[in-house]
Design a binder for this molecule. Structure first.
Ligand SMILES: Cc1cc2nc3c(=O)[nH]c(=O)nc-3n(C[C@H](O)[C@H](O)[C@H](O)COP(=O)(O)OP(=O)(O)OC[C@H]3O[C@@H](n4cnc5c(N)ncnc54)[C@H](O)[C@@H]3O)c2cc1C
Length: 442
């Protein structure tokens, strides 16, 4: 059982809650307790990054960092100015975990396993005196007139307990119970929708190329006009909505459709619009990445002159263009792959260039999630003081991590927001100079 009165109670032992608890306890916040409804704290850290945990990203400037958050964005600049990727690297190093940067900027523990991150967080919590209670859920929370919170907990075995906490941190991730608790305490909620998923192209002949990776491609997703009500807290006007989203980067063709970093980034930024359009859209793929029309004409011209006697199937206009894709585009344009380069007509060349620059696909739905998955939506940022993560509506309540309407693209940005928001909440709680709890008795 927990004591009847505690200084700080954190609901949720995910990365955001653990960071908030450790930061508060290390900064002298008094007794800090963390509740975790499951038997396994930090479960998502364990399964993250394919079991390696992509802890953060080598994006050191807060002004650039905010660009990786489809929800959150510029509003997070102040918070990241106080604790961003460089601070996470330093924090973990000070607690005994060295992070190593990969060529694409992602940072992983040197041990290359997520358990190393979990060990460091659990050890830091223990060393700071944080008390972790597993198999205990926070069920109800009520703000008291005299300050502090009356809370109702439930253990896995079914026993209930009431207690008082002077400060409450909600760090419940995308779990519906956390959203209900935030609503009980007066917050509104931006409805949750999935983010960071792949796209389905059911029945498309492109799926025959499953396993093909192309880097870079340029993507444009086009969504038909929708009459969709604006989500609360987004500040967007109601009315018809026709949207386009663009991304560039590596793409992977799969058995069901398209995946890879460029698609995950695209679906993160388009998460709400795609949801409103029932995941139906048109996708244009520029398979050349950055090549202009005149550069393509030059490549084709060179091939016609220098490889005139070769068959199209045996010579691609430029060597980096994958063979399987080239053959597929020849077939798609109805051009005989045995045709010699010298015999390629101007019209056929234009058709191939058009396909290379703008192949159109019908998105038929959402594919499985990528390696990372997050929920867009949650408590609107306007209801939270982002310097302290304290609620503007309910004094003494702090909200951190995925419970907020913040989500990042793939690459370590989601954990970064957890470290930043958790650390800021912990510092603010300690700085509030908690006095011994005087609250009402049960
Ligand atoms: C498969 C996968 C891989 C990922 N990989 C990465 C990655 O490599 N890098 C990255 O940046 N992001 C990654 N993410 C995203 C990242 O895991 C989340 O953004 C992050 O875990 C959110 O942290 P959080 O602390 O807000 O919530 P969570 O991690 O969800 O933790 C919330 C905790 O609160 C508990 N809880 C809920 N309600 C209650 C309650 N009422 N009382 C008590 N406890 C409660 C839950 O059981 C949970 O343990 C990945 C996500 C998935 C699903």
């Amino acid at each position: 059982m927990l004591p009847e009165r505690v200084s700080v109670l954190v609901a949720g032992a995910g990365p955001a809650g653990m960071m908030a608890a450790i930061a508060a306890a290390e900064a002298g916040a008094g007794d800090v307790h963390v509740l975790e409804t499951t038997a396994e704290p930090l479960h998502k850290v364990l399964i993250s990054g394919g079991g390696r945990c992509n802890v953060t990203h080598a994006c050191w400037d807060p002004r650039a960092l905010v660009g990786h958050y489809p929800r959150g964005g510029q509003a997070l600049r102040g918070a990241f100015s106080r604790f961003a990727s460089g601070d996470s690297v330093a924090w973990f190093e000070a607690h005994g975990l060295e992070l190593v940067e990969e060529p694409d900027g992602r940072l992983f523990p040197r041990a290359n396993r997520s358990t190393a991150v979990i060990e460091v967080l659990r050890h830091a919590a223990k060393a700071a005196g944080v008390q972790l209670h597993t198999g205990v859920a926070l069920r109800q929370a009520r703000l008291l007139n005299a300050g502090g919170f009356e809370l109702e907990l439930r253990r896995a075995a079914g026993q209930q307990q009431r207690l008082f906490a002077q400060r409450l941190v909600l760090a419940t991730g995308s779990h519906p119970s956390g959203r209900q608790l935030a609503a009980q305490l007066g917050h509104s909620l931006v409805p949750p929708v999935p983010s960071l998923f792949t796209l389905s192209l059911a029945g498309d002949s492109l799926l025959q190329l499953a396993g093909l990776a192309v880097d870079p491609v340029a993507l444009e997703l086009r969504l038909a006009a929708q009459d969709c009500p604006p989500p609360p807290g987004t500040g967007r006007a109601a009315g018809p909505l026709a949207e386009r989203f663009r991304q560039q980067g590596p793409l992977l063709v799969t058995h069901w459709g398209l995946s890879g970093p460029a698609i995950l980034r695209l679906t993160a930024f388009a998460a709400r619009a795609l949801h409103a359009a029932s995941y139906r859209a048109e996708l244009s793929v520029n398979w050349t990445g950055n090549l202009s029309h005149s550069e393509l004409e030059r490549h084709f011209g060179q091939a016609r002159q220098q490889q005139a006697r070769r068959q199209l199937a045996n010579w691609r206009p430029w060597p980096e263009l994958p063979k399987r894709l080239w053959w597929h585009l020849l077939q798609h344009c109805g051009i005989d792959s045995q045709c010699r380069w010298a015999d390629l007509s101007k019209q056929q060349q234009q058709a191939l260039i058009a396909s290379l620059r703008d192949s159109r696909y019908r998105v038929t739905g959402r594919g499985p999630f990528g390696e990372e998955f997050v929920t867009a939506g949650g408590v609107p940022l306007g209801e939270v003081n982002l310097a302290s993560m304290e609620s503007r509506l309910c004094l003494g309540l702090h909200l951190v991590g995925e419970l907020l309407d913040v989500d990042g693209v793939t690459g370590g940005f989601n954990f970064q927001h957890c470290w930043s928001s958790g650390w800021l909440a912990g510092q603010a709680i300690a700085a509030a100079q908690i006095e011994p709890f005087q609250g009402l008795s049960c």
